[in-house]
Design a protein around this ligand. Structure first.
Ligand code: IPE
Ligand code: IPE
Ligand code: MG
Length: 249
């Protein structure tokens, strides 16, 4: 039998971690690391476009990151604003659909307006679905979905007995995309840090010590190669996965 073609993940989710340490190692302010990290974002988008990945979700700023020193939060906000001003046109030209998930109300009006505009401009693009998680938390996402169901119950539109996983899932972020196949976290920490708690249920996890600003195509290729060799069982047995037609018991 010829070897199976390399499996490419349809949806990749990334925790871009390690910007601060990258700068501290160079005795530079942490904001310098965030700027260097922005370059790696472009590289990662290019890599996914080249591989034919359908969806890329990037964790840019967590619900908890608002608690960082004012100076760092301020630098990050400036960086978001610059990126929204500079990068969106080019992404649009390349057929990328850009969307944001997270508590948008916490951003300034100017940033919120830019986010809205980027979503409107790129809404018709289909080459890559790029989602930026900003002011996002997995717990926030679940709570918001639960609140939306509760509102329907209160309005008499929904019987609580009818609530199931699919119904809750349909009200969570990214519901219109396949769930992430591959999760990548740079920066050496082995945790989820309140990223996509619901959506990562059966995602393949991949971690590297490489700091986000140092990520290059070779780093991402290692993650993709590792993913291609994984056996995804979704709770079934290896034999069942090998013979999906139901020929095994
Ligand atoms: C990730 O890098 C970017 C954000 C959280 C905004 P960090 O800023 O967390 O970098 P480290 O983990 O401190 O090195
Ligand atoms: C997760 O990184 C959030 C982003 C990369 C945006 P953190 O640096 O905030 O995570 P912890 O604090 O190490 O868990
Ligand atoms: Mg960090």
């Amino acid at each position: 039998m010829p070897p199976a073609p390399a499996r490419v993940p349809r949806h990749v989710a990334v925790i871009m971690d390690g910007n601060g340490r990258w700068a501290e190692r160079r005795r530079r302010p942490r904001a310098v690391g965030h700027r260097a990290g922005a370059r790696a974002v472009n590289l990662c988008i290019d890599f996914c476009l080249g591989k034919g990945v359908e969806a890329l979700t990037l964790f840019a700023f967590s619900s908890e990151n608002w608690g960082r020193p004012d100076e760092e939060v301020g630098a990050l906000m400036k960086l978001f604003m610059n990126a929204l001003e500079r990068e969106v046109e080019e992404l649009h030209r390349r057929g990328v659909r850009v969307r944001f998930i997270g508590e948008r109300e916490r951003f300034s009006e100017a940033i919120g307006a830019r986010m809205d505009a980027a979503e409107v401009l790129t809404a018709g693009n289909t080459r890559l679905h790029l989602t930026i998680a900003a002011s996002y938390g997995g717990r926030w996402d679940i709570a918001r979905a639960a609140r939306s169901l509760a509102e329907d119950v209160r309005a008499g539109r929904l019987d609580p007995a009818a609530i199931d996983e699919a119904m809750l899932g349909a009200r969570m972020a990214l519901a219109d995309l396949p769930p992430p196949d591959l999760f990548i976290r740079t920066g050496g920490e082995l945790r989820i840090s309140n990223f996509l708690l619901w959506q990562l249920a059966y995602t393949e996890l991949w971690f590297t010590d490489t700091l986000w600003p140092d990520v290059d195509a070779a780093t991402l290729q290692r993650a993709f190669d590792d993913y291609a060799g994984r056996e995804r069982r979704f709770g079934l047995t290896g034999a069942q996965v090998a013979a999906p037609s139901g020929t095994t018991e």
